[in-house]
Ligand binder design. Structure first.
Ligand code: RP5
Length: 152
């Protein structure tokens, strides 16, 4: 089963990420959620990101709010594709996620991060699935069925 790591900057982000976990599961993709911060636990991020490919992960989703450096810091330490989810929480920074959106989207040339919409957790799962579908037939079929089901 393909494996995705979901890393997020705080336990307070976890409710926003539920649709990501659920969507990956529905598509038959194994995922693990870990809380670690580019600012508060940089050593943990380095340890995880640099070992992720060797540990069998194929895609990493990085979610964070405010000055959201986590996805970029992950991407700097792995060649796996990294999908960023800017987080906006009720009562958060006051910038409604624009701060995290720009922090993730505006990566300098050389280290890309795929940036989803603010709180775009479900799309992060679907984008991860699209990447995995290039290699895994079961994911390609599951994604195809999902797209058929949501068609109106
Ligand atoms: C970021 O700071 C986290 O990703 C979270 O969105 C935000 C606030 O974190 P807490 O103060 O709730 O832990 O690093």
């Amino acid at each position: 089963m393909p494996r995705v790591a979901i890393l997020t900057g705080s336990e307070s982000d976890l409710p926003v990420l539920e649709p990501c976990v659920e969507t990956l599961k529905a598509l038959g993709i194994d995922s693990e959620v870990h809380v670690m911060s580019a600012h508060r636990s940089p050593g943990k991020v380095t340890e995880f990101a640099s070992a992720a490919a060797g540990n069998g992960f194929e895609v990493i989703i990085g979610a964070a709010g405010m000055a959201a450096h986590l996805p970029g810091v992950i991407a700097a330490q792995t060649e796996l594709p990294v999908i960023g989810v800017p987080i906006a929480q009720a009562g958060g920074s006051g910038l409604s996620g624009l701060d995290s959106l720009l922090s993730i989207a505006q990566m300098p040339p050389g280290i890309p991060v795929a940036c989803m919409a603010v709180n775009g957790a479900k799309n992060a799962a679907l984008f991860a699935a699209a990447i995995l579908a290039l290699k895994h037939d079961a994911v390609r079929e599951a994604l195809h069925k999902f797209r058929e089901r949501q068609a109106i």
